[in-house]
Each structure stands twice: as C-alpha cells, then as structure tokens.
Write a protein that binds this ligand. Structure first.
Ligand code: FMN
Length: 327
C-alpha cells in the first residue's frame, strides 16, 4: 500500500492534494465534504482588504443619508462602525471548529499596514498557516519592476515579523525573473511558494462593445507553466513548492510531484466535477505508485526536476529551437 503522507510548511498532511483558495470554502458543508473525500488540507478564500474598504465607504454613505438636511442625523447611531473583517474572521473560526484537516487562510491586502494588520487577525482564528495572495496588476508606468519586487519583499518581511504561523507566498507568473524573486523570498524565510496566481482576464463583448468579466475554469494545458518553474526551483530553495493552475487529473498531480511539488492545489477541477473528484485523484496517484513500485512520495518527488532529469536544458530553451524547426 502506497503512503501519501507529506508535510507542507512543516505541517503534517495525510496526502498532498490541497483545496486551493476558492468558493469551496464559502460553505462549511463543502469543507466537511472535502475532508471526508480525503483532501490533505484546504485554503480558505482570500480576505480582500479592498472589499472591506469598499464596504466601509458604502457603510459611511448609508450613515450619512439625510445628514444634509438634518445634521444631527449622524448622531442617531453613536458609536456604530463598520465591522471590518469580522464576518470573514468569524466564518474562518466556524470552519476551524467544524473540521480537523489543516486549514490555511489567504490574504490579499492593498496597503502596507493592511498586510500586517489582517495577517495578525487571521492568525488569531487558529488557522495552521497563511497564504499571501499578492494579486495586483502593475499599471503605473512610473513604477519599475525592481520597485514592485521591493514592495513584495517588504510585505513579506512585515508579515513574517508579525505572525508565528508559517507563511506562503502565491506568486504572479509575470516577474521578469521568477527564480530571482523565489530566491529573494527564500532569503526572507517564506515557508512555501505557490506557483502561480491565475489572474482574471476581462474580455470585450463585441455586440455590446463593453468589458466582460467571467470566471473561466482552468484547463490541463495551463499546468505547463507552473510545472516548468516548479521543476526549475526544486531543491534550489528551502521553501516548499506548491503548484496551482491546471491540475485536472491524477496524472497531472503525478506530473507536479515528479517536477518537485510538495503539494498540489486544486480548484477548477473540483468546481467542475464535484468535490468527491479529490478521491479519484488520490486513487490514481496510489495506483500509479503501486504500478511503479513507489512506497512514498519521496521515492519520486523531483525525479523530473531540472536538477535530476536526464536533459536539464529541456526546461530552458534547447528543445525550443528543435521543436520550431521540426514543424
Ligand atoms: C471560483 C474561484 C475563486 C477563487 N478565489 C481565490 C481567492 O480567494 N484567493 C486566491 O488566492 N485564489 C483564488 N482562486 C484561484 C485558485 O486558488 C487557484 O489558484 C486557481 O484557480 C488555479 O487553480 P486551478 O487550475 O485548479 O483552478 C479562485 C479560483 C476560483 C476558480
């Protein structure tokens, strides 16, 4: 019988299949089901500081209604203030009580102080670790890549200094040098790197000539991007490597482990096929390990990383020219 146990950021997991931050965590019964069908851990959807700020503005607008004509109207509700992140925090605490599987919180803040402030609050809910969802589209032409990276490091340093739980950083795939950013984060002792954040890309409706945003699930094709970078980073950083984007089957999960991933995060595949699909992925990994004669994940993890594979240049560009010329 194959053993799927592993650790992630120092936390023991019964297997490496982790539910990625998503709407799955919005209902406790779904989190329970994920635990029942065997998920190794679950990341709760992000606390978005931007959303709290928008709600606060709306709240203040509502309080101010009528105050033009009756200035004393603002004093009708003395001491009332917006609950900040309390709803999100209470819901994490409720989820924490309902399940035993390791839970990670996720944070997307917009102000330097916000990262530290909310990280502290999320830690207090009793989660096992924290994922920093550094989702931002760089639109300021005056800001250099170096400045953007420096901001990232300052966020990480601030949060690491503040919390005791392990901290993961969910990276964008758009840094000029992913390996350099990974190495810099590694120096700051992040506990895991999650590759990669999948940005929502709006499209344009031709008929209405307007922007259209929709959540499109990933496909297996998208696995190739994080797979390459996991393979390049394996055994070159201390941080654990988590893969996210495009894991749609047991085979995809095995690919990720062969590249060197410590855990596999899944969202689209279970939103599409249902949460019990986690057990299909786990069965497929086990069956493959049995067929290959592997007892533990360590027997083959990173076997096809750049460091260990027969053709290390395959992850760079050697095959590129050959493939282009063969078409
Ligand atoms: C409906 C939905 C909600 C998501 N919410 C979050 C979120 O709150 N925070 C976050 O970091 N990622 C979020 N993600 C991204 C996923 O965590 C994951 O990284 C991404 O979907 C790629 O994995 P996949 O190919 O398995 O879907 C969300 C994805 C989906 C589909």
């Amino acid at each position: 019988m194959s053993y799927l146990g592993t650790t992630y950021m120092g936390i023991p997991l019964k297997n490496p299949v982790v539910v990625a931050a998503s709407t799955i965590s919005h209902r406790v019964d779904r989190v329970r089901l994920a635990e029942e069908v065997g998920a190794g851990a679950l990341v709760i959807s992000s606390l978005f500081e931007e959303q709290i700020q928008m709600e606060q503005m709306h709240f203040m607008d509502q309080l101010a209604v009528g105050s033009d004509s009756f200035p004393e109207a603002l004093s009708y509700f003395p001491g009332i203030s917006h609950g900040e992140a309390s709803e999100h925090l209470m819901w994490i605490e409720k989820t924490r009580k309902a399940v035993r599987l390791p839970l990670f919180a996720s944070l997307n803040a917009v102000s330097p102080g916000g990262w530290v402030h909310y990280a502290r609050q999320l830690e207090a809910t009793g989660v096992d670790g924290l994922e920093l969802n550094v989702y931002a589209v760089a639109t300021d032409p005056a800001k250099t890549g170096l400045e953007i990276e420096k901001e990232l490091y300052e966020i990480v340093e601030g949060v690491k200094a503040e919390v005791k739980i392990p901290v993961a950083v969910k990276l964008s795939p758009f840094y000029t040098s992913t390996v350099n950013v990974a190495a810099e984060l590694d120096k700051r002792r992040v506990d895991a790197l999650v590759l990669f954040n999948r940005f929502l890309q709006p499209t344009i409706e031709v008929e209405t000539e307007s922007l259209h945003n929709e959540m499109v699930y990933s496909s297996s094709q998208e696995l190739k991007l994080p797979l390459r970078w996991i393979a390049l980073l394996y055994d070159r950083v201390q941080a654990d490597l988590a893969i996210t984007s495009g894991v749609h089957s047991g085979q995809d999960a095995i690919r990720a482990l062969l590249a060197g991933a410590k855990v596999i995060q899944v969202a689209s595949v279970i939103l599409k096929h249902g949460i019990p699909y986690i057990s299909t992925i786990l069965r497929d990994i086990e069956a493959w390990m049995a067929e290959k004669g592997y007892d533990t994940l360590e027997d083959f993890r990173g076997k096809v990383s750049q460091k260990n594979c027969d053709d290390p240049f395959a992850f760079e560009r050697a095959q590129y020219v050959r493939l282009l010329l063969s078409q």
